[in-house]
Design a protein around this ligand. Structure first.
Ligand code: SF4
Length: 389
């Protein structure tokens, strides 16, 4: 397949392209994503392996890539030449839509003038910055490399270099974090020239240093009422600042929803390259690449070790319900009925009714069933009751 950026007709199939970059300079205390702190000596081998994987899988999904997402790990630790080679291969092996959203995740500490110039030259038009907190004590606790001032400077520099689509991640419910401190984080974040904000509560993932700290009683749980107050404050402040709460954990200015992540929620196919990357054919087949860099590098013909899973109809229905409920637009039960049968849609109506009676989901004017603000706080409970698989 040759690369091009020709016009895309509405009948052309589209897909998302994800590349997992498994390198970090240091590991954060809470992180369960696959990455290693191996030095730059492995970067070149990694890039060669990803290029082989691209060559081998270039025809797996038909159509054009409407989004490209470099995630990790920390893609911003890649050397200039490594990034250039990856982008050259995208263009060689895939057709990119002329208006493709091209995102790179970055650590604020890696953002300098040279990095910004590199993004401009490569056509990157969106940066997702791992800010996490704007309080230095919390950043140290999380073992982040950057400090709060560095995060603010990074946003300013990206903007100066013409990257107008900037997303930042924040974490709330950190040990010792007060509501006032969170309000300060939110206020500072919303005063920055960013278009998108992702906010997650701190999760204690298995196998992380944070889990050990919790087991040893070194960190205390955040009170449920404080969590709720934090979520409420964020939702209010973001709305006041002109952001739309378009997905449980995501806020965007008008026209700046993450197209890449939205395509996951809408069931668009995606091709995941690199160790630990996942792919989906848009029908029922999922694939997970090995989460082992050395096994990945050993696949010298691009035939990466992986597992596949074929989803059952019940699993596909659950997936549609769960992803739709996470989004502002909610579930279109008409569409669900067309895909899985009217009995399935009626069963969802029946299962949802007790929660509707409690005001957790509600019927929108367009007939869709969507979570209310209160329902978002209790979304796990609502979703669990609507699952059939
Ligand atoms: S920088 Fe990101 S991927 Fe790396 S350890 Fe920290 S949270 Fe995980």
């Amino acid at each position: 397949m040759s690369a091009s950026s020709s016009a895309v007709s509405s009948s052309t199939p589209v897909f998302g392209l994800y590349v997992h970059v498994p390198f970090c300079r240091t590991r954060c205390v809470y992180c369960a994503f696959y990455s290693t702190t191996c030095g730059t000596e492995l970067q070149q081998k990694y890039v060669e392996a990803v290029r082989l994987e691209m060559a081998r899988r270039q025809d797996e999904l038909p159509g054009v890539a409407q989004t490209v997402y470099l995630g990790g790990g920390t893609p911003s630790v890649l050397e200039a030449s490594a990034l250039e080679q990856l982008f050259a291969s995208f263009h060689r092996h895939f057709s990119l839509s002329p208006d493709a959203e091209i995102t790179i995740e970055a650590n604020p500490d890696d953002v300098d003038a040279a990095f910004c110039r590199r993004l401009n030259a490569l056509g990157v038009n969106r940066v997702s910055l791992g800010v996490q907190s704007l309080n230095n004590a919390r950043l140290r606790f999380l073992r982040r490399r950057h400090d709060a001032a560095g995060a603010v400077e990074a946003v300013g520099l990206l903007k100066e270099y013409g990257i107008d689509n900037i997303s930042i991640d924040l974490i709330f419910g950190l040990p010792g974090q007060s509501l006032e401190e969170w309000q300060h984080d939110v206020h500072t974040a919303l005063s920055l020239p960013v278009t998108h904000l992702s906010a997650y509560s701190l999760m204690v993932e298995e196998g992380t240093p944070l889990q050990r700290m919790v087991e040893l009683g070194e960190v205390a749980d955040t009170d449920e009422a404080v969590y709720e107050a934090m979520m409420t404050h964020l939702a209010d402040a973001a709305e006041m600042a002109g952001f739309e709460h378009y997905e449980i954990s995501n806020y965007a200015r008008q026209g700046f929803r993450s197209r890449h992540n939205s395509s996951y929620w809408q069931g668009t196919p995606y091709l995941g390259l690199g160790p630990a990357a996942h792919s989906y054919d848009g029908l029922n087949l999922r694939r997970a690449n090995t989460a082992d860099l050395h096994a990945y590098l050993a696949a010298t013909d691009g035939g990466v070790p992986h597992t596949t899973e074929r989803l059952t109809e019940a699993e596909l229905q659950d997936e549609m319900v769960m992803t739709a409920l996470r989004c502002r637009e909610g579930i279109d039960l008409g569409r669900l009925g067309e895909r899985f049968g009217s009995d399935a849609a009626n069963e969802i109506r029946r299962l949802a009714q007790p929660h509707i009676d409690c005001g957790l989901p509600t019927w929108r004017l367009d007939g869709r069933l969507a979570l209310t603000r209160r329902g978002i706080m209790l979304s796990d409970r609502v979703m669990a009751d609507l699952m059939i698989g």
